[in-house]
Design a protein. Structure first.
Length: 221
């Protein structure tokens, strides 16, 4: 199946108000170009330098999302143009993004990544810790960062009940945080190739789908 076919298949399974982020990490510029030519404009990457290179090689009307773990010293590669950073998992990172945003003279939109999966290795805030931080002064002093919502990853399992439990918890966290931020806080990013239908059922309005569109990733390349 071609990328264009896979893309339109995935799109056809999603309600209209759900944003599809096509996760193109590790795939070449030509693959992204194919999706672009089929009309797609929103792409997700997980490595800052790779994201920067693809941004420079491809049309300017692409909306680039950073979805992977981000180190503070790499923010500079993406700060001038990135549309949304999904993976903000610490106060230190949020405050570093604020500094880079000021340097670039733009507002950077972010999501707060929340940890709900059973795996300890997955990053993200514990909700209690995040609720405490959101009430503090440093958080209130981020004029160039716009918090648009919440992102999360479910436990990697075939057990639909566990997946639903994780997505339901993320939705609960979104609802808890929403009053702090107001109307612009309206993005709930959850769901990947193998679990996005569950995520949509649980209230996701942004899914991050990679392998189902572009095929399996070859990290050895
Ligand atoms: C790679 C990745 C995805 C896409 O995963 P697929 O299983 O290929 O759909 C989604 N979200 C994050 C955070 C990722 O790192």
């Amino acid at each position: 199946m071609s990328i264009a076919c896979q893309l339109s298949f995935v799109r056809s399974t999603l309600p209209e108000d759900v944003t599809l982020v096509a996760v193109s990490k590790t795939h070449p510029v030509e693959a992204i170009r194919e999706a672009y030519d089929a009309g797609h404009r929103v792409f997700g990457e997980s490595r800052p330098q790779e994201l920067r290179e693809k941004y420079e090689a491809l049309p300017q009307d692409i909306e680039w999302h950073m979805i992977g773990h981000l180190q503070t010293n790499k923010i500079k590669y993406i700060a001038p143009f990135v549309s949304l950073i999904h993976s903000v998992d610490s106060a230190r990172l949020a405050e570093a993004i604020q500094r880079e945003a000021t340097k670039c003279g733009r507002t950077i939109e972010i999501l707060l990544e929340i940890h709900v999966a059973d795996e300890e290795t997955k990053s993200g805030w514990e909700i209690g810790e995040l609720m405490r931080y959101v009430g503090t002064a440093p958080f209130a002093r981020m004029p160039d960062v716009c918090v648009r919502g919440v992102m999360g990853i479910a436990t990697n399992t075939d057990d639909g009940e566990v997946i639903r439990r994780d997505f339901t918890e993320l939705k609960r966290c979104f609802d808890l945080l929403q009053p702090y931020f107001g109307a612009r806080f309206n993005v709930l990013s959850m769901g990947m190739s193998h679990d996005y239908p569950f995520a949509v059922e649980c209230g996701s309005n942004m899914v991050r789908v990679g392998s189902l569109i572009f095929g399996e990733r070859d990290y050895a390349k």
